[in-house]
Design a protein around this ligand. Structure first.
Ligand code: GLC
Ligand code: CA
Length: 555
């Protein structure tokens, strides 16, 4: 067994904030940094060691901050640089680190570089972006964007098209231009010098595009993706950026849509060729859908187990995993892999299932109180460019608005973006004004205040798990092994370090399932360290599960 290199970022847990919907301090209906500041003690009370901010830079909101118009400032809707520095200090004083989202595959079309770039072909910023001549009357190739129709936008003045693999308002940077890479490094240094502790790097695996931009395999969206999902210079550019982060005591986690565990081994292996400290994989988020969230299939536990086990096994002793089940890009997890009828029970089971694996756990705002998906009455109630594009495509396929809304309410990422439900008061205590986006009707039952007052709440279970993991080398560094892989209802795994063992038993079923401890285990000799029911009798070295039961035993 390889000796794992121990590091602080492997031992931490991280809370993700999508500021716009976190907490509004001034009644304009939009979450902001003073709002975050007012909740620092709450965040600390979860036991986490760091905060990752989804983008908080100035933005025209074509993609709610993932379209940046100034990399070295703060979105005025959220506050000022001084507000940010207060949070940085406040977090550091409380022993928490702060991570920024680094979005450099693209900028906003309102970024000064892009505005200059459009002025003329010999403008020094023209080559910051990917401009091409059309192919006769057609765009340069057949690529489609991930968010909004074609991937090319025509500029009449220049008689050229620019590439945007996401929305029109998100022109792709030309990373082949060394000046652009210098800009990226200067952005990194700016924040690191201020005291920021690292970056979550947005779609960072997309930054290098194939030479000649060849036509892609025709798909309904994202045609061409095979030519940039892992482009020819990706590793070279990541290595260049790594030289900057290596000069600081910081960490990096790269978002890698469509990356495989083999890519993760290549990018994240401990040692001198390491490019990123961790990757955000998407594999395990596809256990109830196909390719992307919008093609639903019934949830398959064996599919989930296969992907998680593959990442656990292949990365062990080599690199490091990030662990998550929610973020701002996915519907709420209890609706997906759990069961609303057993919201708290299944929420606890899911929490233990992923937090006790080997890797750094990320917890997304609202996940800790078990927030759920939200239905809306009309497509106009939505806010996200991705929803509107998907509606356009589904309409063409003959879907009625009603049918689309039903599907959408189950799968879309707006579900994760409804304001955090703090208490029972009007607007869930998120704002005293009119919230920028709908508040889920269930805030009177699901909110932080009630969860605080209930010792058995999901919130308190998250605290228990996060604190159990803290400083516990068995949970942090122990070796993972899965049992009963073929069982479609139970997820059973162990963690082993030296002569200590942890056994995690999760039922994904409402009905009862017979569980018998794996060979070599004597359950009655174990210490029950977490469970989601009061009655934890052991019968015949096992038990018959209650709905979505989880038990964690330590030996
Ligand atoms: C990432 C972000 C997502 C964003 C996209 C484009 O996937 O997580 O929210 O829309 O990149 O920047
Ligand atoms: Ca506000």
């Amino acid at each position: 067994m390889a000796e794992i290199k121990k590091t602080w970022y492997k031992e931490m847990s991280v809370y993700q904030i999508w500021t716009r919907s976190f907490c509004d301090s001034n009644g304009d209906g939009i979450g902001d940094l003073p709002g975050v500041y007012s909740k620092l003690d709450y965040i600390k009370s979860l036991g986490v060691d760091g905060i990752w901010f989804s983008p908080i830079y100035p933005t025209p909101n074509a993609d709610y901050g993932y379209d940046i118009s100034d990399y070295k400032n703060i979105n005025p809707e959220f506050g000022t640089l001084d507000d940010f520095k207060m949070i940085l200090d406040g977090a550091h004083e409380r022993g928490m680190r702060v991570f920024m989202d680094l979005v450099v595959n693209h900028t906003s079309d309102k970024h000064q570089w892009f505005i200059e770039s459009c002025k003329s072909k010999d403008n020094p910023y023209h080559d910051y972006y990917i401009w091409r001549k059309g192919n006769g009357k057609n765009p340069p190739n057949n690529w489609l964007s991930i968010f909004e129709g074609g991937a090319w936008e025509y500029n009449e003045n220049l008689d050229e098209y620019y590439l945007h693999v996401f929305a029109k308002g998100q022109p792709d940077l030309n990373m082949d231009n060394p000046k652009v890479r210098e800009e990226v490094k200067s952005i990194m240094k700016f924040w690191l010098d201020m005291g920021v502790d690292g970056f979550r790097e947005d779609v960072i695996t997309f930054i290098s595009k194939a030479e000649g931009l060849p036509n892609g395999f025709p798909l309904p969206v994202a045609t061409g993706v095979e030519h940039y999902k892992h482009g020819p210079h990706l590793e070279e550019y990541l290595a260049e950026f790594r030289k900057v982060t290596d000069q600081y005591d910081c960490f990096t986690v790269g978002e890698g849509p469509m990356t495989s565990v083999n890519d993760a081994v290549k990018f994240c292996s401990d040692g001198k060729n390491k490019l990123l400290d961790m990757l955000i994989s998407f594999d395990h988020m596809n256990a109830d859908c196909f390719m992307a969230d919008w093609v639903k299939v019934p949830f398959s536990l064996t599919k989930l187990k296969s992907t998680l086990t593959k990442w656990q096994d292949k990365m062990y002793g080599i690199g490091w995993n990030s662990l998550y089940i929610e973020n701002h890009d996915h519907a709420r997890i209890i609706d997906r892999y759990g069961n609303l009828k057993y919201r708290v029970e299944s929420g606890k089971m899911l929490a233990a299932m992923y937090i006790l694996q080997c890797g750094t756990p990320f917890i997304y705002q609202g996940q800790e109180i078990g927030m759920t998906n939200m239905a809306v009455k009309s497509v106009d109630d939505y806010k996200d460019v991705l929803t509107f594009n998907t509606w356009r495509i589904f309409k063409k396929l003959g879907f009625s608005e009603k049918r689309f809304l039903k599907l959408s309410s189950e799968v879309n990422r707006e579900n994760a973006r409804t304001p955090v439900q703090w208490n029972k008061s009007e607007n869930a205590g998120f704002t005293t004004g009119t919230p920028w986006f709908g508040i889920n009707d269930n805030y009177k039952e699901i909110n932080v205040e009630d969860a605080e007052n209930d010792p058995d709440s999901l919130l308190n279970f998250y605290r228990q798990l996060i604190n159990f993991r803290k400083g516990n080398e068995l949970v942090i560094y122990g070796k993972y092994k899965e049992y009963y892989h073929a069982n479609p209802n139970l997820y059973v795994y162990e963690r082993v370090l030296g002569n200590e063992k942890l056994l995690v038993v999760c039922s994904f079923k409402e009905g009862s399932v017979k569980f018998k401890a794996p060979k070599g285990y004597d359950l009655s000799a174990g210490e029950l360290v977490a469970s989601n029911y009061k009655d934890n009798k052991i019968v015949d070295n096992g038990f018959v599960t209650k709905p979505y039961e989880v038990r964690v035993y330590k030996f």
